[in-house]
Design a protein around this ligand. Structure first.
Ligand code: GLC
Length: 458
């Protein structure tokens, strides 16, 4: 009884604390001026490629991350017993960070805690961590943060808002719920206090550049206290970028695996994407996409003004599967050759002008054309009203002279621009995706009509 009273008092106190913190919080994102927002988002907008890392105890047996017990494929006890095999014996965060930087990625996002509640750092607020619950026996996050920053990359933390292992979290598995938060608000408050405490630890210790929240779907923004979370994080880490998986709050959209077909409405977005069919290490999953397939998806994102967050799933000992290393290296080769057509671009022109992906330079006076296939004959580009100054192959040491091209079908009486036919010599083709830079006399102007017929003989 006494203990119960004490618990109630503690929960009430933290309720009060949360509200009072709420009053002194930094302004919600909506109060930020558009200029301040675009300044804060600048690095993210230019980063284009990030690497997602799902590393947790699920790698031990190669089960699906957290979902395997939630969905009843195994019991919670058996799932959590994987922690006993989580050694991190060959964990080399410097090597991870170097590989990530060399891939051309500009940020890395690591799962600090997935839905299973297993934290990679020495959390004081929580009971389950690499330090307390696994033979790794040490903080795995700090060395990662340090290595990532040493390589000049931005640091992103994935954090699952929901925690299916916490005794005060309502949802346990798909078929079993611990309690109803509306009926036991104080118990829910205890969970919130814990959640805030873990996020506060991450935030104060490492001040990451980005939070990648997940698992928001189980509660409302009000119940998560989403605005208070964002306020608490921004109060000590004002420039931090937050994904939208906090019930729509946050800075950018995160379509998952399914590649957008039309350009997402949000100004900032990022496709999170697996290399095979799983986020974490699963040796049974050999359905790896080829570097060529992944590079095409990357360029597809670029052409719609978005980022690609490509995932790797290290093994329980901390080594990265060779297939994923190979993909990162292939990305490294391609990105280092095509920097200009990656980091300095914005979304391209609509489909229909050229057969392939496009982006444009920030000033709009260079059109980049990405050719994942070998053109047969000359490459047509239509509907461009500008004068073309030069067309060169990006990354070609001998680009100065430019490629041969010729405009056909320019009628003196018609405003419909001619078709530009470009010669792309075979020896200039890239092994993956060739990029042409079409240099224009000014910002691109496009013809968007249905053609024209003659109306006078003057
Ligand atoms: C999903 C899943 C999760 C995965 C995440 C990555 O929301 O719940 O397992 O970590 O997507 O995008």
């Amino acid at each position: 009884m006494l203990k119960e009273n004490l618990n109630i008092r503690m929960a009430l106190l933290s309720l009060l604390l949360c509200t009072s913190t709420g009053a002194t919080l930094a302004q919600p994102a909506t109060a930020e001026s558009p200029e301040a927002r675009s300044q804060r988002m600048e690095w993210f907008d230019g980063a284009k490629l990030g690497i997602f890392i799902h590393w947790g105890i699920y790698a031990v047996d190669g089960t699906s991350e957290s979902w395997s017990f939630y969905n009843g494929q195994t019991t919670h006890d058996r799932y959590m017993a994987q922690a006993k095999g989580f050694t991190a014996a060959n964990y080399n965060p410097q090597q991870w960070a170097r590989l990530i930087r060399e891939s051309g990625a500009r940020y890395a996002v690591l799962t600090t805690k997935h839905h299973d509640g297993f934290a990679l750092w020495n959390t004081e607020a929580g009971a389950i961590s690499a330090v307390k619950s696994s033979p790794a026996g040490r903080d795995l996050l700090g060395p990662f943060a340090e290595a990532v920053r040493k390589e000049g990359l931005k640091l992103g933390f994935y954090y699952s808002l929901l925690d299916w292992s916490h005794k005060d979290y309502p949802n346990f598995t798909r078929t079993s719920i611990r309690y109803d938060i509306k009926k036991e608000p104080l118990r829910w408050q205890k969970f919130c206090t814990f959640n805030f405490a873990q996020m506060d630890e991450l935030n104060k210790t490492w001040k990451p550049d980005l939070y990648w929240f997940d698992g928001d779907w189980e509660q409302t923004a009000e119940d998560w206290k989403a605005d208070d979370i964002i306020g608490m994080l921004r109060a000590v880490n004002p420039g931090v970028i937050i994904n939208s998986r906090i019930q729509g709050r946050g800075d950018y959209a995160t379509p998952e695996i399914g590649v957008p077909v039309v350009r997402p409405k949000d100004r900032y977005w990022e496709l999170c994407y697996t290399i095979n069919d799983n986020w974490g290490y699963r040796p049974g999953d050999t359905n790896f996409k080829t570097p060529q397939m992944l590079l095409c998806t990357f360029v597809d994102c670029l052409s719609m003004g978005g980022n690609l967050l490509m995932d790797i799933g290290p093994k329980a000992d901390g080594t990265i599967p060779q297939e994923e290393i190979d993909v990162l290296k292939a990305f490294g080769r391609w990105t280092s050759k095509h920097k200009e057509a990656i980091y300095q671009t914005r979304a391209g022109i609509p489909a229909g002008y050229v057969n392939g992906y496009t982006t444009q330079s920030k000033a709009g006076d260079i059109l980049y054309l990405y050719l994942p296939c070998k053109p047969i004959g000359k490459l047509p580009l239509k509907g461009v009203m500008n004068t073309v100054k030069r067309i060169r192959v990006v990354g070609d040491a001998d680009a100065g002279a430019g490629l041969n091209f010729k405009v056909y079908n320019k009628l003196s009486w018609s405003e419909v621009p001619g078709v530009i036919y470009i010669d792309v010599p075979e020896e200039k083709l890239d092994a993956n995706i060739t990029v042409l830079a079409v240099e224009l006399d000014g910002p691109v102007r496009l013809y968007a009509g249905a053609g024209q017929v003659i109306t006078s003989n003057e």
